[in-house]
Design a binder for this molecule. Structure first.
Ligand SMILES: C[S@@+](CC[C@H](N)C(=O)[O-])C[C@H]1O[C@@H](n2cnc3c(N)ncnc32)[C@H](O)[C@@H]1O
Length: 292
């Protein structure tokens, strides 16, 4: 009887940690975690760090697909937005195999940025892409946006630009794994230089998933859009008390400088990023150069 109780799969992390953490410790526990295929990633507050192994072991019990539990070992840092992680239980492996919308991705969690939280956005945009479109996939990481687009749209081609060499290599691997090399071209480099050089006036659509500082690359998005017009998907971090207006202003000011007209198609909160910040997406159409 005792044996079967112990093997029973717990409903959630709190249940998995019954008897392992005190009531007081339970109050500090952050019960939400990211699930990246076979790896679970959790934030552990400093009060609980000495219980990291127990928490990791609890996570492995919550979902049988988890083979490794990691804790976040620092904030998203530097221009690559990499978040260090540390294995706390299970297999000593940080390369996750993650499936999304019928695609498979290998992601080395300690070396590249990756978030499963934008999966709905990737699929939403894929469904907006029309037959034959050329897409600029800026800040492409290991390729989730362009690869989901390749799988779920009739686009002609996505040019996927990424600066982090580890992420670029990962993207090349993921393009091969998903057999979409005819539709997705990975480019290693800085959007600031690569977009004007390689994408000028070529794109029907540009996606910009760089919420922190993405506004500094709006000019490059406008440059990439065809003279006949196109659509930009711009992600921005927005202070909760200020709202989306600052991001809209940045779009309109850049449009003016680029002598283009824009129409805002959508401005939606994607998720709450922190207590003070939301992540928004702004979809806007850049009108054709001869249109008023
Ligand atoms: C927030 S992540 C998004 C990654 C990916 N699109 C995803 O959703 O998982 C931003 C990515 O942009 C890359 N990056 C940052 N600055 C860049 C730049 N100037 N040019 C090209 N890539 C850049 C980072 O290395 C990182 O992989």
């Amino acid at each position: 009887m005792k044996q079967s109780q112990e093997n029973k799969q717990p409903k959630n992390l709190r249940e998995a940690l019954q008897g392992k953490l005190t009531e007081k410790e339970m109050q500090h526990l952050i019960t939400s975690f990211d699930s990246v295929g076979n790896i679970a990633v959790i934030q552990i507050p400093k009060e609980l760090q000495r219980k990291a192994k127990a928490i990791g072991t609890g996570l492995l019990k919550v979902n049988k697909q988890f083979k490794t539990a990691c804790m976040v070992a620092g904030g998203h840092a530097g221009k690559f937005r990499v978040q260090p992680v540390k294995v706390i239980a299970g297999e000593k492996n940080t390369v996750a195999t993650y499936r999304e919308s019928g695609c498979v991705f290998k992601v080395d969690l300690g070396k590249v940025f990756f978030s499963p939280r934008l999966s709905t956005e990737r699929f939403r945009i894929a469904k907006l892409i029309k037959e034959g479109e050329t897409v600029g996939a800026l800040f492409a990481g290991v390729g989730p946006f362009p690869i989901v687009f390749a799988k779920h749209s009739g686009m002609r081609k996505a040019y996927a630009i990424e600066l982090n060499p580890h992420a670029f290599k990962g993207m090349q691997l993921n393009i091969a794994l998903n057999k979409c090399s005819e539709k997705v071209e990975a480019i290693l480099g800085d959007v600031k230089t690569v977009a004007p050089k390689m994408l000028s006036g070529k794109c029907d659509r540009v996606v910009m998933p760089l919420p922190k500082g993405g506004e500094n690359f709006l000019r490059e998005a406008f440059i990439a859009i065809k003279p006949s017009g196109g659509v930009v998907h711009f992600y921005a971090f927005v202070k909760k008390e200020k709202g989306i207006d600052a991001a809209l202003k940045q779009v309109k000011e850049t449009a003016k400088k680029q002598h283009r007209k824009v129409r805002i198609l959508r401005k939606e909160k994607v998720r709450s990023f922190s207590a003070s910040t939301d992540q928004f997406v702004v979809d806007f159409r850049v009108l054709g150069k001869n249109l008023k």
